[in-house]
Design a binder for this molecule. Structure first.
Ligand code: ARG
Length: 571
């Protein structure tokens, strides 16, 4: 049965790797499963290079008298390559590097095929079927802040790239909705509202302020503190009134988060700490049976090689913690959801936590040792978002910039700028609003996304999209694409490398790779488009070049889409 996956041809690199595999079987029949080392090289000798000769030589040199050194191995690899319409020529250089020059005809045909069949056919082939992306994950009753925004947008991009690659992605919002702080919040809710069921968002107002006030109360009044501690016990014991109060606070928080996700156009499914809570005892029990859990200073812990402090799975008071929850969640994701790759996005401050519980999971045999095989757990840590005081942005006990306010501010500034430029008279109110949102939210997202990348890229992208829009309207799918000029060929090659770039960004969890690609694509396109020898409109090559422009627009748009950026076509 053919699946959607089978229809993807995979990346150029992947297709070449397959040809090399065939060659290896003939060249070195006694060496099974040699993994082809193929890379784009964009050098003067070729477009791609295969670097297996030296490695193979060191494996076979004692055993075979057939070759006299790596160059000879390279030569044989080249000669045994099956004929393929992909390849125009190949040559061997230095210590056996096999260089491949792609056929211009094949390149043009492939691009034109993509235009007809759609860019989805250029999806890379990933080795997993199901992945969990655990991202955003703010804490209930605490305001979502800029730190969570980075997790949200980087996580969304990774999820989009994996989804494009035909991986089923479970987008999980692992919210902090369980823990001792709820005792304090519940007691405060009871105190403030006799009829707490009616305590809606409007009544509570700012949840962050609510949190702060209850914390102040908690610190100042020992009697309140006692009641709050008792409330935790009641909540965990499942007492109805407490459960309902907890649900109320959760609901208010959830509505607040939802507004932010809506504005950013990000989709997530909530499964928070409380969801995994019922699974913890069983998981701890089975780890104990395996002999992994030991007693240490009244707590129950797992020791991890190379780290001097152990991972606490049951606190000395018998309660569970962040690590126990994460172990239960990982167990659930692997066994119930059958995920083969679980990806977490938080700031680097949590690196050690992830490192430790991943190692515990490896000790338990849930995950294979090392990091090269699946199932796999990965943590993507990004830099801490610091406040103006240079300290880590915090929500508990401190004033922080609220994400909602930040987005509001961004939108109103871009709206003001549009009005200042006279768009108020030219455009409809709707156009102004939607452009202000796209530019405003886009600016926040772009700044965060391209943080390590610099701002230089944005104007270039906009220019390219505008140029492409202007030529595109006169394009069509008829005619034949030819990559005659060097600038045309360069652009075509770069377009064809889209799949392997997405593959690399996914495999190494580096969305930045796609940012770089988009930036280079913009540059290569500009070079082609501004070259008088490659004149588009009114030249003999008009149809072909319009097709090339159209393919560029399709790829660029896909990049924007994967990066979660809404392009603006009107400025
Ligand atoms: N709620 C946590 C925080 O705000 C992030 C949770 C990340 N996900 C996880 N499975 N630990 O810091």
């Amino acid at each position: 049965m053919a699946t959607e996956h089978d229809e993807c041809i995979g990346s150029v690199k992947g297709q070449l790797a397959k040809l090399f595999e065939v060659s290896f079987k003939v060249t070195v029949p006694n060496e099974p499963d040699v993994e082809p080392l193929v890379a784009a090289c964009n050098g003067k000798f070729g477009d791609y290079q295969c670097n297996n000769a030296m490695g193979l030589w060191s494996k076979i040199k004692g055993k075979s008298t057939q070759f006299r050194g790596p160059p000879a191995v390279g030569e044989a690899i080249k000669n045994n390559l099956p004929t393929s319409e992909m390849i125009e020529s190949c040559s061997v250089a230095g210590p056996g590097f096999v260089n491949i020059v792609l056929s211009k005809n094949w390149m043009a045909k492939s691009i034109q095929k993509m235009l007809v069949e759609g860019i989805d056919k250029w999806a890379p082939l990933m080795p997993v079927k199901t992945a969990v992306v655990d991202f955003s994950s703010p804490n209930i009753a605490k305001e979502m802040h800029v730190g969570h925004l980075r997790s949200t947008i980087i996580g969304d991009t990774l999820a989009r790239m994996l989804e494009f690659s035909k991986v089923k992605v479970l987008r999980r919002n692992h919210v902090g909705d369980w823990g001792t702080q709820f005792g304090m919040l519940i007691e405060f809710l009871f105190e403030k509202f006799q009829n707490f069921e009616y305590a809606t968002e409007t009544a509570i107002g700012d949840l962050q302020a609510f949190y702060k006030a209850s914390k102040q109360r908690f610190d100042a009044d020992p009697a309140f503190k006692k009641r709050a501690q008792q409330a935790v016990v009641c909540l965990q014991g499942g007492e109805d009134k407490y459960r309902r109060a907890w649900a109320q606070i959760r609901e208010i928080s959830r509505n607040e988060f939802h507004k932010v996700y809506q504005r950013l156009g990000v989709h997530l499914e909530e499964k928070g700490d409380s969801f995994y809570n019922p699974y913890i005892p069983g998981v701890v029990e089975s780890l104990t049976k395996q002999g992994l859990v030991e007693e240490s200073k009244g707590a129950r812990v797992i020791f991890i090689e190379g780290i001097n402090k152990p991972l606490i799975v049951v606190k000395s008071d018998g309660g569970f913690n962040y690590a126990s929850t994460d172990l239960a969640a990982l167990w659930y994701r692997l066994n119930e959801e059958k995920a083969q790759w679980i990806i977490y996005l938080t700031d680097v401050g949590q690196q050690q936590h992830f490192d430790m519980f991943f190692k515990a999971a490896k000790r338990a045999g849930w995950l294979p040792p090392g990091d090269s095989s699946y199932p796999k757990a990965s943590h993507v840590g990004f830099g801490l978002v610091l406040g103006e005081d240079g300290k880590r942005f915090r929500t508990r006990n401190t004033e922080v910039v609220r994400l909602v306010d930040l987005l509001d501010e961004a939108k109103s500034r871009s709206k003001a700028a549009l009005i200042e430029r006279g768009k108020g008279e030219e455009w409809t109110e709707e156009e102004i609003e939607s452009t202000a949102e796209a530019v405003g939210y886009g600016a926040v997202v772009t700044v965060l996304k391209f943080m390590d990348f610099g701002y230089r890229a944005t104007p270039l992208f906009i220019c390219c999209m505008l140029m492409l829009e202007s030529v595109q309207s006169s394009g069509g799918l008829k005619g034949t694409l030819v990559l005659g000029h060097k600038d045309e060929r360069d652009l075509g090659l770069h377009l064809l490398q889209f799949a392997e770039v997405v593959e690399e960004a996914c495999t190494n969890l580096l969305p930045n790779v796609l940012c770089d690609y988009l930036y280079n694509l913009s540059e290569i396109f500009s070079k082609f488009y501004s070259n008088p020898e490659c004149k588009v409109i009114g030249s003999d090559m008009e149809t072909s070049r319009l097709l090339l422009c159209e393919a560029t627009a399709v790829v660029m748009r896909k990049c924007f889409d994967l990066l979660g950026i809404t392009p603006i076509y009107k400025i």
